[in-house]
Ligand binder design. Structure first.
Ligand SMILES: Nc1ncnc2c1ncn2[C@@H]1O[C@H](COP(=O)(O)OP(=O)(O)OP(=O)(O)O)[C@@H](O)[C@H]1O
Ligand SMILES: [Mg+2]
Length: 480
């Protein structure tokens, strides 16, 4: 069997669909920071590896407990009713998330307890049995009970000297009783106690796929997601003496970018991990996969026949230039190339230049679809822009030509005028601009390679990202 047939695939492009992902997981610096408890929030573009990390943390590791929760099928509509109308708008979902995290932490600690012997363990056990019929409530069920049963044998916060027999998650007004906060504090206290009793100093809880169950992010969803981030922060600040509960939210950068609330900047600066890749780290990721499939002594070099592409470009650089420096793009490109090489020769061991050339067409279609998912929710009619690119024919073009053609092509329900369109296209790296003379050398500036640069609305020459060249049927500009 040839090497390519032996590889078969470089893996599924979505971590949640790839059962083998942990067998070739690359532990990057970002992963280390999450593990160390530095991050409140993990931010990354679509396909940058959020779910891969959440999967890595699915199981308890050596000295700490860890669990990952996907919010793909989360009952957002139910959670919407669990708001705290006594809090400010922006904080109205913090109480419900804090309660949810406390219950999850208790449940993980009881799972990790060999026996239920201490008072705190017994109380937690009774509380979970009474309200959820077992010690492992599923995520969608944690906020479901309209009323929580409390008793002497479980937990009983007292308010103004009166012990509560129950707490409502759904009051007659349809919101959350304010006593929930007092209950959560008691649950967290018990969690810290159990943690030190059984010798677990760290409990990581990861919340991934926050955007998956939502077709669009409206204001209420925004508040619920911000509420989770604020709840993560509030719980982390409550560290017990020996035990820390560290909840982490995973979110798409483009969604986070549109949120507005007062502590956002502080959180971005001090408690966010950005998933960023470069050519070398992406090569390391691919080499992990090659090693896992072919054996430890194999690497990308063994799959490349060594011929350089046009402009003496190594194949790897040619591939990378067509991505947004995201793992998903690289894996997709290589899978396309693999299918083509195997079609050419069932016994293929290495890629030739044609394999890479021909992979560009199906890859380009993938990239367009990925952008549909990413850009679509922000700008439904973004494909108007692609039509304009096609009309302009070459991959680079004067800005004014775009503006002119765009006005004619712009469909009725398209909310963006030409300048706005260019700005958002730049934000998602669909286009870049030619840097003006005297501004740090000439060259093409794209958001994903030059995040600090920002959009320059005075730029006069623009370029479509090379990954879209085939989809939009573009040509290189004529060399003068
Ligand atoms: N650290 C890593 N080690 C190995 N593979 C990785 C790593 N990070 C990402 N990948 C791979 O890259 C691809 C994209 O990653 P993933 O599905 O986690 O992206 P995502 O950020 O969750 O995207 P989305 O926003 O669409 O959910 C997957 O095939 C995944 O296995
Ligand atoms: Mg994901």
């Amino acid at each position: 069997m040839g090497l390519h047939a032996e590889i078969g695939t470089f893996g599924d492009v979505a971590a949640e669909d790839d059962d083998a992902v942990l067998s070739y997981f690359l532990k990057t610096e970002a992963v280390g920071r999450v593990e160390a408890g530095d991050a409140l929030i993990v931010l990354g573009r679509k396909g940058s590896g959020k779910t891969a990390i959440a999967k890595y943390f699915e199981e308890p590791k050596g000295d700490y407990l860890s669990a990952s929760l996907s919010l793909r099928d989360y009952p957002w509509a139910l959670h919407e009713r669990r708001r705290n109308s006594g809090a400010s708008e922006i904080e109205s979902y913090v109480s419900s998330w804090r309660y949810l995290i406390a219950v999850k932490a208790l449940s993980m600690l009881l799972e990790a307890s060999k026996r239920i012997i201490t008072d705190s363990q017994r109380a937690a056990n009774t509380f979970l049995q009474d309200n959820y019929g077992g010690t492992r409530p599923t995520l969608p069920n944690i906020l479901r009970p309209p009323r929580l049963k409390l008793s002497k044998a479980s937990f009983q916060p007292s308010i103004m000297g009166n012990a509560l027999g129950g707490v409502e998650l759904e009051t007659e007004k349809g919101d959350l009783a304010h006593e929930v906060d007092a209950l959560t504090d008691i649950l967290l206290d018990a969690a810290f106690t159990i943690g030190s009793q059984i010798g677990h100093s760290k409990i990581l809880i990861h919340f991934d796929e926050l955007d998956q169950g939502l077709s669009e992010i409206n204001e209420t969803h925004e508040r619920m997601i911000i509420g989770l981030v604020l709840a993560c922060r509030s719980i982390r600040r409550m560290a017990g003496f020996e035990t820390k509960i560290i909840p982490v939210a995973y979110l798409r950068t483009d969604i986070w970018d549109e949120f507005r609330f007062s502590d956002k900047n502080k959180i971005s600066q001090t408690a966010a991990v950005d998933l960023e890749w470069d050519s070398d780290s992406l090569l390391a990721l691919v080499n992990e996969r090659i090693k896992a499939k072919l054996g430890a002594k194999f690497s990308w070099k063994d799959l490349d026949n060594g011929d350089v592409m046009r402009g003496s470009q190594p194949k790897w650089n040619h591939i990378i230039a067509r991505t947004f420096l995201r793992p998903r793009d690289v894996i997709q490109f290589l899978n396309c190339a693999l299918a083509i090489s195997l079609d050419r020769e069932a016994e293929a061991d290495t890629f030739d230049n044609d394999d890479i050339q021909l992979a560009r067409e199906p890859y380009s279609r993938y990239l367009k679809q990925e952008l549909d998912d990413e850009l679509g929710p922000h700008w439904e009619k973004w494909t108007d822009a692609i039509r304009v690119f096609s009309e302009l024919v070459t991959i680079t073009f004067p800005k004014n030509d775009f503006l002119e053609a765009y006005e004619q092509r712009r469909s009725k329900k398209n909310d963006y005028d030409g300048e706005e369109a260019l700005e958002i296209l730049y934000r998602f790296s669909v286009i870049g601009y030619r840097r003006g003379i005297g501004k740090g050398g000439s060259g093409w500036v794209f958001q994903y390679t030059d995040p600090q640069a920002g959009w320059d609305n005075g730029a006069s020459r623009l370029k479509v990202h090379p990954g879209l060249k085939e989809f939009a049927k573009l040509r290189e500009e004529r060399q003068s």
